[in-house]
Write a protein that binds this ligand. Structure first.
Ligand code: ADP
Ligand code: MG
Length: 719
């Protein structure tokens, strides 16, 4: 809290008007110190200086704009106050400008009466409505307008909690800025500021709270976006700084030709390149710490098998950990079919492995009698009593389904062991640093040839009956269907004009189309169960216990369920080749990469498969996003496109593909579409880390402090 007597570190109660009650309210928002207060940016601004005439406002309303709008109006009648119901007082006045007149109403604000007199001119800011061409203005904000007195054009709108209001927030922030101006020291490398023409930190903080013009606000915002990305990249990468350990498990022989000829297919160029990178890595001077990324179906398993083969041939054991029991069994089948031919023994260990068998496996993992070379399992591998002698390589599939702790636990068990993490999530190149830090990356950017194409369709609600018919048809042919609904809850709109901003600052999603009514997953599951009464419809969602989720998934995977309705929790990597149809409801709500990931769940068997996007959205960006999914199947291309269209927020957000525990959240940069700025932030973060991998140098202390403060703040927003 204290920062050697600095103003920024002082308790907010040192500011005028902050007593016990308000201190408590501020603390609810995570604001304890004056510095915290300055780091609490407005969530938007009211552009009150952008005034319109009543005629212009009428035209804007006809064009479908909703405001709020600002207008300079003169009062033409004394206020009339009426009690319309018990506890409901309505006050009305009329006002005009050179183009027309308007009726202004307030509810329960009769105390304003004495401030309003015929002939006075005010600047009003609020929501207008037009009924039968009569203009109305409801509960506006008003400021007395006098020639020669300047009213601020841009007024900040702060996030609030009960007991606080905008006026108070503005006044304490103004005081805080006055007191701390000199303490807002620069921490960013000057070369970055110069290259990108970014303003200084002090200027930025001042102008984010008190912008005088829109262009000043823009440049302050750009600086904050840059800072946020730079700091996020640093903090993400710091958690993933691979410590290059000396390789005590060096492979001596790297010949895998016997393995390659046992494979039932020829590896693609991208697979072979990855295999070479991996085996080269394991034969080198430092331990391998590598991620293997590639689209669903790109053949990561075969690459992992090649790596496992090389390790086993050099006398080591291999462990493969996957997030669910189904996946463990699937991998076990694939591995044992192949390795049986090569005289290499595999075993599968999960929570439901019987005691006798478990004992056999455990002894095969330590001794040479009934020796097991490759063990595949869930986090049961991490339980006490599981010891793997001569472990040379640990592989993790679908990394982001594991908690960080579990991953750490495997690598703890696998100390001084090569590690390979497989991920089906294509990440744009600019986000590589944040996603993987200094971990090496192999990319499989090519699908095996001869893959059948999944047909993608975009339809609207008018296709509902045909769609249901199509589900039934799949079921009649013995196939299964996934139906995915967005998990978002519909949010109530705030009508409170004091808090209405017409310039948004924070991660307001401008590209996601929320205008179409949402198909709540539960309701839709009920609808389908009703409508498709001959079929077996099941439902999984994010709030379910994981055992229950797994039970339903199992039922689906065994073919006992015809239609699986879910929010986006469908287990990553699950392979149900019999599923031939996926329907995504409210497809406009999904990010591109998400849609792409979902599509990968079908088309895994021999039967023709379909991916249907249901959307009534007319939002041009949503439409073009859906068309993009239809037009390409390359995950890396889609990821790049996603980043350009929607900014990096999707990758780091709640359901994002790059996430880590205790991650600071993106506030401003979430929807940043300036990919060059993102690239530069990554470049400078990389540069900082290359010079000081753990940020321990004194010259980086300010950056470290900043990171700590941000992480503390994110913890708060997560609560
Ligand atoms: P993922 O990368 O999603 O884990 P898999 O490893 O499960 O993909 O591979 C998907 C399917 O493609 C499997 O049935 C696998 O046998 C097959 N496969 C992998 N590589 C090739 C290849 N080079 N040629 C033909 N089929 C392949
Ligand atoms: Mg896989």
């Amino acid at each position: 809290m204290n920062n050697n007597g600095s103003m920024l570190g002082r308790d907010v109660s040192c500011l005028r008007g902050v007593g016990e009650a308000r201190k408590k309210a501020l603390s609810k928002m995570g604001i304890e110190t004056v510095g915290d207060l300055l780091a609490c940016y407005p969530r938007g601004y009211q552009n009150r200086g952008d005034t319109s005439t009543l005629l212009e406002i009428k035209e804007k309303l006809i064009d479908g704009e909703r405001g709020p709008f600002s207008a300079i109006l003169t009062i033409s009648s004394e206020p009339k106050v009426n009690m319309i119901r018990r506890g409901m007082v309505l006050m009305k006045v009329r006002a005009f400008d050179e183009t027309g007149s308007v009726e202004i109403t307030w509810f329960n604000q009769q105390y304003l009466k004495d401030q309003i007199h015929t002939g006075d001119t005010f600047r009003f800011f609020g929501r207008f409505t037009a009924e039968r061409s009569k203009l109305q203005l409801n509960s506006p904000i008003m400021e007395k307008y006098q020639e020669g007195v300047t009213l601020p054009d841009i007024v900040p709108v702060y996030p609030l909690t009960s007991g606080l209001n905008q006026k108070f927030m503005a006044s304490i922030t103004a005081e805080a800025l006055r007191l701390c101006g000199r303490e807002l020291l620069e921490y960013m490398p000057t070369c970055a500021l110069e290259e990108l023409r970014l303003p200084t930190y002090a200027y930025t903080v001042y102008n984010i709270h008190r912008p005088t013009t829109l262009s000043v606000l823009e440049s302050a915002k750009r600086r904050l976006v840059f800072d946020e990305l730079y700091l996020l990249f640093l903090s993400m990468a710091l958690g993933k700084t691979a410590i290059k350990k000396k390789n005590a498990k060096k492979l001596e022989s790297a010949n895998i030709s016997e393995f390659l000829s046992a494979l039932p297919f020829k590896m693609t160029g991208a697979q072979l390149r990855s295999v070479n990178e991996i085996i080269g890595n394991m034969s080198g001077e430092t331990l391998m710490n590598r991620i293997l990324t590639g689209d669903v179906g790109s053949g990561k398993t075969a690459v992992a098998e090649a790596a496992a083969y090389a390790a086993v041939k050099n006398g080591y054991r291999v462990a493969l950990m996957v997030p669910t029991e189904i996946l463990a069994l699937q991998h076990y089948e694939s591995f044992s079919t192949l390795f049986d031919k090569l005289g290499i023994r595999c075993a599968c260990l999960t929570g439901s492995t019987k005691k006798r068998e478990r004992e056999l496996i455990l002894s095969g993992l330590t001794g040479d009698r009934n020796r097991i070379d490759i063990v595949i399992g869930t986090h049961a591998l991490l339980t006490e009593g599981v010891e793997i002698c001569d472990l040379g390589l640990a592989i993790i599939d679908e990394q982001h389904r594991f908690g960080v702790n579990q991953r750490a636990a495997l690598f703890e068990k696998a100390k001084n062991v090569h590690s390979l993490v497989m991920s089906a999530t294509p990440i744009p190149r600019t986000l590589t640093l944040a996603a993987y830090g200094s971990i090496d990356v192999s990319r499989i950017d090519e699908l095996p040839s001869g893959r059948q194409k999944i047909d993608t369709f975009i339809v609207n609600e008018s296709f509902r009956d045909r769609l249901n018919g199509f589900i039934i048809k799949q079921a009649e042919e013995g196939h299964q269907t996934y139906v995915v609904c967005p998990a978002v809850e519909e949010s109530a709109e705030t009508a409170d004009i004091e808090n209405a901003a017409n310039i948004e600052l924070f991660g307001v999603d401008i590209t996601l189309d929320n205008s179409v009514p949402l198909k709540a997953a539960t309701a839709h599951a009920d609808y389908l169960a009703d409508t498709l009464s001959d079929l077996n419809v099941a439902f999984v969602h994010g709030k379910m216990k994981s055992a229950e989720k797994e039970r339903v998934m199992n039922e689906f995977s065994e073919g006992n369920v015809d239609v699986l309705v879910s929010t986006t929790v469908i287990e990553v990597g699950v392979n149900v080749p019999n599923a031939t149809l996926m329907i995504v409801e409210n497809a406009e709500r999904f990010g591109l990469s998400q849609l792409h990931q979902l599509r990968g769940r079908v088309g895994r068997g021999d039967a023709k498969s379909y991916f249907v996007l249901v959307s009534d959205s007319k939002n041009p960006e949503a439409v073009s996003r859906l068309r993009a999914v239809k037009s390409t199947t390359d995950g890396f291309e889609i990821a790049e496109y996603d980043l350009q269209m929607r900014g990096p927020g999707d990758f780091f957000g709640e359901s994002g593909t790059i996430r880590q525990h205790g991650q600071m959240s993106l506030r401003l940069a979430a929807t940043c579409r300036d990919t060059a700025l993102i690239e530069r932030a990554s470049y400078y973060a990389n540069k900082t880390l290359a010079d000081d991998p753990h940020l321990t140098k004194e010259s980086n202390r300010k950056i470290n402090d900043k990171l700590a403060a941000l992480e503390k703040m994110s913890e708060h927003t997560l609560n």
